[in-house]
Design a protein around this ligand. Structure first.
Ligand SMILES: [Zn+2]
Length: 120
């Protein structure tokens, strides 16, 4: 089992670096999704659904936004459910994870990205 990947305390710093606080919520959500996907893709030991899980974890503190964070929050409902091991919901979660990991990389300071992806 991969170590837990803690991003929460770095998110405010990343939001500031990317000027996300100035953006409309839907654009900000999309950027956070790309960032988390990029960070997860940079790791070799992340959970199969690490990007979906991280975005889902952010959802409550952001007021359950729509967009990719909302999609991840919904998808996360089915990740650990035995009866959904082979289901359209799980397939959708896998597709979301794959699209997050392959979205356009952002121009983020490499040290900061490294810090986000560091094992803690
Ligand atoms: Zn189920």
């Amino acid at each position: 089992m991969a170590s837990p990947w803690v991003v929460d305390q770095l998110v405010p710093e990343l939001l500031a670096e990317l000027a996300i606080t100035e953006l409309p919520a839907d654009e900000a959500s999309e950027l956070v999704g790309r960032l988390v996907g990029q960070a997860v893709a940079a790791r070799t030991d992340s959970d199969e659904f690490a990007a979906v899980r991280e975005l889902a974890r952010l959802s409550p503190s952001l007021g359950y936004p729509l967009g990719v964070i909302g999609d991840a929050y919904y998808a996360s409902e089915w990740l650990d459910c035995e009866c959904h091991a082979d289901s359209p919901e799980r397939d959708a979660a896998a597709a979301l994870e794959a699209s997050l990991r392959t979205s356009n990389p952002l121009d983020v300071d490499s040290g900061l990205l490294l810090a986000v992806t560091a094992v803690v």
